[in-house]
Design a protein around this ligand. Sequence first.
Ligand code: 662
Ligand code: MG
Length: 214
Amino acid sequence: TGLSRPQRMLKAVQKNATKGDPQSVIAAIDYYCRHKEWAMNVGDDKGPILDSVVSEVNPSTALELGTYCGYSTVRIARLLSPGSKLITVEFNPAYAAVARQIIAHAGLQNKVTLVEGGSGDLIPKIKEQFGITSFDFVFLDHWKDRYLPDIKLLEDCGLLKKGSVLLADNVICPGTPEYLEYVRNSPRYKSQYFQSYLEYTKAEDGLEKSVFLG
Ligand SMILES: CCCNc1ncnc2c1ncn2[C@@H]1O[C@H](/C=C/CNC(=O)c2cc(-c3ccc(F)cc3)cc(O)c2O)[C@H](C)[C@H]1O
Ligand SMILES: [Mg+2]
């Protein structure tokens, strides 16, 4: 049956992007998804908002839930300071395989640890497996009904500290109502909505930035 959509995206990166140049990888994916085949990357409207939050936080430790093809992984990792680490979690092996190659094409494999598996299984093991005591930054972009249980798990595992920043994709489309209600009403978070557009479309979507208050 030929190549999958993620594999076709990978081919477009390998053909059009310069090895070791993250910006060209980002541009190649955005061009492909805007002009050839839509795909659920955070994209080039919401992407600059992601960039600005990552740059502002300048995290030493970062976590991404839902790697997919690695587009946002590349966006985040390219901005990390030397010695900082991004852990990204993807439970679909086929997507993880594509993402590894896209991350490697960008030359960012030394800043990224891609863990194959479910976030619910991984999060409780992060302290022992990676020696990480807390995350400065968490990007949520996996199944939308898993955002809330997973941040509660991060809280319970003591992986958030005062000032940790959560950034959630798709809070409007497809939408994450329970998550939004929680972070906007909990006294433990200071939340802020960044209005934008669903990737490669004119539909509304946005990112929710929530600072953990401890
Ligand atoms: C145990 C499970 C939880 N733990 C997990 N642990 C590890 N990995 C996990 C977990 N849960 C999921 N994943 C992985 O993350 C990815 C999943 C990503 C999901 N993203 C969307 O569904 C979306 C939809 C639209 C959209 C908008 C408009 C439309 F018309 C159509 C689509 C836009 C967007 O920007 C979107 O991000 C990947 C496919 C999947 O294998
Ligand atoms: Mg998304």
